[in-house]
Design a protein around this ligand. Structure first.
Ligand SMILES: [Zn+2]
Length: 106
């Protein structure tokens, strides 16, 4: 099993794709239980193109980048379609009023 290091680009985001062995699930079905997929270091992700597995330390950072990216996308989706102008302002306010439960927390 090759472990890819990214020399000189340690803080750069690496393009990732789903591991083909576990289909991105990070685990594979063993005989009676699920096993951590060794082809992707139990992450479900491999480097796009080369399909090499990232070393654990590298993986943590890359998954963090990916998670941050996903969270940004979720935030954008939560805000809904980007409408500009007074209509957008009205709709946002309206939603905030109707969806007040979002802000009460637990
Ligand atoms: Zn895998």
């Amino acid at each position: 099993m090759k472990k890819a290091h990214v020399p000189g680009f340690r803080k750069a985001q690496v393009e990732l794709e789903h591991c083909s062995t576990c289909k991105g699930k990070a685990v594979v079905q063993g005989v009676s239980y699920e096993l951590v997929c060794i082809d992707c270091n139990g992450s479900g992700w491999v480097m796009a193109g080369s399909r090499m597995v990232l070393a654990s330390d590298e993986l943590v950072t890359q998954l963090s980048f990916k998670l941050q990216q996903a969270q940004r996308e979720i935030e954008v989706l939560k805000r809904g379609p980007s409408i500009t102008g007074p209509a957008a302002y009205y709709q946002q306010n309206n939603r905030r009023g109707a969806g007040g439960s979002n802000y009460t927390g637990d």
